[in-house]
Design a protein around this ligand. Structure first.
Ligand SMILES: O=C(O)COP(=O)(O)O
Ligand SMILES: [Mg+2]
Length: 226
């Protein structure tokens, strides 16, 4: 990208973009598996399963694969166990990625409005952002169960625009996965992606975001200053 963008507002994904949440999610997946008498799955596998909400994560953990569905009876047993564990283990092992605070503070200092749009259910999103000191940066938070549809559907992005009271034109999404790219394209947003995030084991470059960044600290290279 040659010219710097001046987006009307900026939406930021949570898992794999702001916060490395996999250590807590993997702990809860493995404890759930143990309680069900199933083999633990480990952090590397869980890393490939995050991004479509906690229900889909639990389904993937049960079948030990990205695609496919478990038996409904097994899911009915597993999901409440996972939810109870994640409620107690939302943020203890999770970390804000280096550069995130610097990048957000830079954007805020330039007058950019920022909001968070995640597929994580609100009951976990708000405590996680709060515990990690990020909640105060966001004017609006749209979670995985806020709208009838999740990313890759554009609905949560457009809903965030509505809540901010601005047109969705010339807006920017910053994410880590193909769901973020697809949702942003469908909503007519610009899309920047982080190299370090979770994308189901695929290289995010294959989905051709406008910009690829290793750190939020690179944002001044791509966004206009005040
Ligand atoms: O899978 C989740 O629960 C959330 O993922 P996201 O924050 O990357 O949208
Ligand atoms: Mg993500």
């Amino acid at each position: 990208m040659t010219t710097k963008l001046k987006p009307s507002f900026v939406l930021i994904d949570l898992d794999g973009t702001l916060i490395d949440s996999v250590p807590d999610l993997a702990y809860c997946v493995d404890e759930t598996m143990k309680q069900l008498g199933l083999p633990v799955r480990g952090e590397a596998a869980v890393r490939n399963w995050v991004g479509n909400g906690v229900q889909r994560l639990t389904e993937r953990a049960l079948i030990n694969a990205v695609d496919g569905m478990p038996e409904q009876a097994l899911m009915d047993k597993a999901y409440p166990i996972f939810l109870a564990l994640y409620q107690e283990n939302t943020s203890k092992r999770s970390c804000v990625y280096d550069g995130v605070v610097e990048g957000i503070e830079w954007m805020k200092a330039q007058g950019y409005r920022v909001a968070c749009v995640t597929n994580k259910a609100e009951a976990f999103t708000l405590p996680l952002l709060k515990d990690k000191g990020l909640l105060e940066y966001f004017e609006v938070v749209v979670s995985g169960d806020t709208c009838a549809e999740k990313k890759p559907h554009p609905m949560p992005l457009l809903h965030a625009a509505d809540l901010l009271g601005v047109s969705a034109e010339n807006a920017l999404m910053i994410g880590d996965s193909k769901s973020d790219v697809k949702a942003a394209r469908a909503a007519g947003f610009h899309i920047f992606c982080m190299t370090y995030g979770y994308n189901h084991g695929e290289d995010i470059r294959d989905y051709h975001p406008d910009v690829i960044m290793d750190s939020f600290a690179e944002l001044p290279n791509y966004l206009e200053a005040k």
